[in-house]
Design a binder for this molecule. Structure first.
Ligand code: KIV
Ligand code: NA
Length: 265
């Protein structure tokens, strides 16, 4: 395998090749996704929801993110692995951001980190980049700010917020970020931002005018079933398929169909 690097992603944008990205939080899932040929694996703080059952991404800790990231890294042969710095581990000041990013890189072996926000965290991004750690930006609906937004609806529909988002995106590129995620913003705006940047813009609920797409793996596999945003395409209905399998197993145990003569020693 030829490993994907941050430079490969910028090259892909230049060549018009779309970038594929999915989340993973554990070894087994990461191995399947990497083997399928994904470009980028995101160890997202969505693990807080998907793995731990929290309502928001806020409670997950740096130690927990490092545990998820190190599990993913052990499975990877080709993909670039990006790790979310969790809420409360970078917003205080640039030194805190750098310390957290260093811990992720050293203790998990990840290839890059992601932070939510624009000009508010500019110095933190710069400090981290100065230490040689690649940073991915994240603008639009930034779930760590959910209590500021008060809702998970589409961001930047009004001119003021759209203008700030465009400025923030340019700032992230100028500061040295290798890519930026745009979450839940109008497709037209996202397309304009992608055109205005040389670094790739990876969208989730941001239309097809961007340079790549990311989804939460458990959502696209249909393992979660109460989350139904318009942008989500489900490639399997695993919630239903797994429920059937579990029911069959329970029934087989009860009826002593399992184990059969061939399934014992
Ligand atoms: O945590 C996450 O899964 C993310 C993606 C949705 C971009 O940040
Ligand atoms: Na995230």
């Amino acid at each position: 395998y030829k490993r994907i690097t941050t430079n490969s992603l910028v090259e892909m944008k230049k060549n018009g090749e779309k970038i594929s990205m999915l989340t993973a939080y554990d070894f087994t899932m990461a191995k399947i996704i990497d083997g399928a040929g994904i470009d980028v694996i995101l160890v997202g703080d969505s693990a807080s929801n998907v793995m731990a059952g929290h309502e928001t991404t806020l409670p997950i800790t740096l130690d927990q993110m490092i545990y998820h990231a190190s599990s993913v890294i052990r499975a990877i042969k080709r993909a670039l692995v990006v790790v979310d710095i969790p809420f409360g581990s970078y917003q205080s000041d640039p030194k805190e951001a750098l310390r957290s990013a260093i811990r992720i890189m050293k203790e998990s072996g990840a290839h890059a980190v992601k932070m939510e926000g624009g000009k508010e965290i500019k110095e933190s991004i710069k400090r981290t980049l100065n230490a040689g750690i690649p940073v991915m930006g994240h603008l639009g609906l930034t779930p760590q700010s959910i209590y500021k937004f008060g809702t998970y609806t589409v961001r930047a529909k009004e001119k003021e917020e759209a203008t700030k988002l465009k400025e923030d995106a340019l700032m992230l590129e100028k500061a040295g970020c290798f890519a930026v995620v745009l979450e839940k913003v109008p497709a037209k705006l996202a397309g304009e931002v992608a055109k205005s940047l040389t670094i790739p813009v990876i969208g989730i609920g941001a239309g097809n005018g961007v340079d790549g797409q990311v989804l939460v793996t458990h959502d696209m596999l249909g393992m979660t079933h109460e989350f139904n945003p318009r942008f989500l395409r489900r490639y399997l209905q695993l919630y239903d398929d797994m429920t059937s399998a579990f029911k069959q197993y329970i029934s087989d145990v009860k009826s002593v169909d399992f184990p059969s003569d061939e399934e014992q020693y």
